[in-house]
Design a protein around this ligand. Structure first.
Ligand SMILES: C[S@@+](CC[C@H](N)C(=O)[O-])C[C@H]1O[C@@H](n2cnc3c(N)ncnc32)[C@H](O)[C@@H]1O
Length: 594
């Protein structure tokens, strides 16, 4: 498979493994509404923030949307990635080229994106997907690294978004589109949401909540067969009276040939109405009153037979939806699937989904100034394509927070709430930093607060809140100090999450970490942590060392155990007898980190 090479690639492909784990600290005064809403806004560089969130949310996110810098050459995107290899250092000091195409600009962009996309993949559920907004500047490079990280076979779509905005640029061909590149965790297990594209033809069955199709289908893939429609088979009309078909000579023989097509049949025999009726077809009160043998190639013959066997009542399709069959006024057999609100029609060209200009104006009227927000209509659509009610949605280049705005709007008419995680760095450049501006606090969180709690717009009108809230967090210190030791300030609950995640690759399933050394059980293995005097022994290393005395005090667990602690005084034979694998802190936490 062709792969992309660029300067610095070697330095970044595994960089996400070495990004230090940081702790997260709640900022209560910036949090809004119910702290248990499950929504989170994290202030900080997304590389560090994503790493910090892994022990909490790995494998939990259904839909990731990101809108990273497009690398147009005009934007001063921040790059504060602390990569230490000499190759990286060489151009970390350089300013991103503003004029024309320079190799450095693309190299740097790829180096910025690669570890972030690699970390994001770890958050996705088995049935999840990531959507990345991008334009012509980097789309081909993005596709290449997405193929690398997510796998070519997990590519789902490259949506074209008709931006419908200003096209008064200087190019001969005015560019009025961007892309949204979509990859699944696994294409085979991807679950798409139920959403009907707003451009779906008016009057389409999809809007009415059902799909309907004729099941007669003649061709090499649909061998013809005879089916007997029983008395009581449903019809569309109250009454029906159709004679048996006058079958042209040679037609049945031609249909029995393996390679016939409908066009050949038509050319040879003229227009014939399928299915052929071997008996007359008569109905009263919307049901057949005689048996009728019909003959055709079929699109859903087995389902039709199941329907007949079930007594001509609706049956469940493979996806759990109800399907039924009926005969039309012309004697054609139709298949109808009732979808309720579960209709789906996802188109690859996205139109009529708002504009950046309109979104910017709406934000301005909310008192929020942000240059290039994505329209919330676009995000509402994408969030619905990628997730269902109750799912977790993430945006790690949150900007003004449109993804959360869209989720809250969807929640206002949902039974079960979607939850969101936003990550946004506080400063886009050093100038903002010196002016005590904070984009995450003043733009991202402030917008979501106003959407949730209501606000008075610039015209003086009161706009009601849609409900919801979020926890606001900042990145705190790294887990390990400069000497590689666990920082003294790290609490038992914080370390327990890291230990459990390192051991199992999954977040600790509990909201609250138990106040005992047995922090969780994973596939029958008890995971223990001896730290911070959890056994109430406050002496140096007291209770953090696995001794015979400590072993007696450990909460019981039938089955194998993994014990993390500072040291172990039990011999190898004893550990084997007790079914214990001992892992030394902090060493094993550092080298085994996923
Ligand atoms: C194009 S904007 C996203 C706009 C967003 N979709 C909206 O509708 O408002 C990209 C955002 O990503 C942020 N960003 C860039 N690099 C980042 C990083 N390393 N960590 C966190 N945020 C970052 C930028 O500050 C910027 O606000």
């Amino acid at each position: 498979m062709p792969t992309l090479r660029w300067i610095g690639k070697e330095a970044v492909v595994n960089h996400h493994h070495t990004v230090p784990f940081h702790l997260l600290k709640d900022v209560q005064e910036l949090s809004v509404g119910d702290p248990g809403s499950g929504n989170l806004i994290v202030e900080g560089d997304n590389l560090l923030a994503l790493k910090a969130l892994l022990p909490y949310y790995a494998g939990q996110v259904k839909c990731i949307y990101i809108d990273p810098p497009y690398n147009t050459g005009n934007e001063g995107w921040a790059y504060n990635d602390n990569v230490n290899s000499p190759v990286m250092k060489e151009w970390l000091g350089q300013v991103v080229g503003k004029e024309g195409e320079t190799l450095d600009r693309h190299d740097r962009w790829l180096c910025m994106m690669y570890p972030r996309l690699a970390l994001l993949r770890k958050f996705l559920r088995e049935d999840g997907a990531i959507f990345v907004s991008i334009d012509d500047n980097e789309v081909q490079n993005l596709r290449a690294i997405m193929d690398d990280i997510y796998g070519k076979k997990n590519f789902v779509a490259q949506f074209v978004w008709n931006t419908e905005g200003h096209t008064d640029n200087q190019f001969h061909i005015k560019v009025n589109h961007e892309y949204l590149v979509m990859y699944a965790t696994k294409e085979t297990t991807l679950k798409l949401g139920f959403v009907v594209d707003p451009n779906t033809r008016e009057g389409s069955n999809l809007w009415a909540g059902y799909a309907e199709n004729s099941i007669t289908k003649n061709g090499p893939g649909n061998p013809a067969s005879e089916i007997t429609l029983p008395i009581g088979f449903p019809t569309e009309t109250e009454e029906l009276q159709l004679p048996e078909t006058n079958v042209p000579a040679g037609l049945i023989e031609a249909m029995n040939e393996k390679r016939h097509t409908s066009n050949q049949l038509k050319a040879q025999f003229g227009r014939v109405q399928f299915p052929l009726r071997f008996d007359s077809m008569e109905a009263r009160n919307k049901h057949l009153i005689n048996k009728c043998r019909v003959y055709s190639g079929w699109a859903n013959a087995n389902k039709l037979r199941n329907f007949i066997d079930a007594g001509c009542v609706p049956i469940a399709d493979d996806d759990g939806m109800q399907i039924r069959f009926f005969i039309s006024s012309k004697g054609v057999i139709y298949y109808r699937k009732d979808r309720g609100d579960q209709a789906r029609n996802i188109l690859s060209v996205l139109r009529n989904l708002g504009t950046t200009e309109k979104m910017r104006a709406e934000l301005e009227s909310m008192g929020i100034k942000f240059q290039y927000p994505k329209p919330k209509e676009l995000l509402r659509h994408i969030v619905r394509v990628g997730s269902d009610e109750g799912d977790l949605v993430m945006d790690s280049f949150a900007g003004s927070g449109t993804t959360a705005h869209a989720a809250i709007e969807l929640n206002s008419s949902s039974k079960i709430q979607r939850r969101f995680i936003l990550i946004q760095m506080p400063w886009e450049n050093d100038e903002q930093r010196t002016k005590d501006k904070n984009l995450t606090r003043d733009i991202t969180a402030e917008r979501i607060k106003r959407v949730a709690q209501g606000y008075t717009n610039l015209k003086g009108e009161v706009v009601a809140g849609l409900g919801g809230g979020f926890r606001y967090c900042r990145l705190s210190e790294p887990l390990f100090d400069e000497k590689g030791k666990i920082r003294e300030s790290v609490k038992f609950a914080e370390l327990a999450r890291h230990v459990y995640f390192t051991e199992t690759g999954e977040p600790l399933p509990k909201e609250r970490v138990p106040n005992t050394p047995l922090i969780g059980i994973h596939h029958g293995v008890g995971v223990y942590l001896l730290y911070n005097g959890i056994l109430k022994d406050k002496t140096t290393n007291g209770g953090n060392v696995l001794t015979s005395k400590v072993l007696v005090e450990l909460p019981e667990h039938e089955g194998p155990k993994v014990v993390y602690g500072t040291a172990c005084r039990l011999g190898a034979a004893r550990l084997r007898r007790e079914g214990i694998v001992f892992k030394q802190l902090p060493y094993r936490l550092r080298i085994d980190a996923p």
